[in-house]
Design a binder for this molecule. Structure first.
Ligand code: FES
Length: 168
């Protein structure tokens, strides 16, 4: 007999009242806490890694959605034997007017190591300054290290506007 009237040791009485008061055993509380902390940690890891992964692998929808743009340069602003880099979605394209007066457009990213090409009026063709790559007025790689032609885009003049469209 103990001082509080129960049988057994004083320590046993204390443990009995703690375990029966909450209705949960210490083991189930520990399991609950383990699960809670595990879920919180998983949420924290997801919250940190998701933006990093989206930054490294950005979605491609914006690029795929762009199929046609109105060039920011007017047809009257592009004289024969000149060219301009414009944006097609997020990518550069080179819009040019040949010495004969025809409008053409090509991907502006060099097929060698992805520098942006430019139009050389003195050479009357497309040139890449990074490693002296040359492309003719049909986008064909004609000199230097570029391994492939520049992919072409369709070009239409509507009044003074120039419409550039991705080829399908
Ligand atoms: S990146 Fe254009 S020639 Fe090398």
């Amino acid at each position: 007999m103990t001082e509080n009237g129960s049988h057994g040791t004083p320590g046993q009485a204390g443990r009995d009242s703690r375990s029966s008061g909450s209705g949960r055993s210490p083991a189930s509380r520990r399991t609950f806490l383990d699960r809670f902390l595990g879920t919180a940690f998983g949420g924290l890891v997801a919250a940190v890694t998701y933006p990093v992964i989206r930054y490294i692998f950005p979605p491609r929808e914006a690029e795929a959605a762009t199929s046609s743009v109105v060039a920011p340069v007017k047809a009257s602003q592009l004289p024969p034997n000149s060219g301009r880099i414009i944006r097609f979605g997020t990518k550069p394209v080179i819009l040019l007017r040949t010495p004969g007066g025809e409008l053409r457009c090509f991907d502006g990213t060099c097929t060698h190591l992805a520098c942006t090409v430019q139009y050389r009026e003195d050479l009357a063709h497309i040139w890449c300054a990074c490693h002296n790559g040359h492309y003719d007025l049909h986008g064909r790689n004609i000199a230097g290290p570029p391994p492939r032609p520049l992919p072409p885009f369709d070009v239409q003049a509507r009044g003074d506007d120039i419409i550039v469209t991705r080829r399908t």
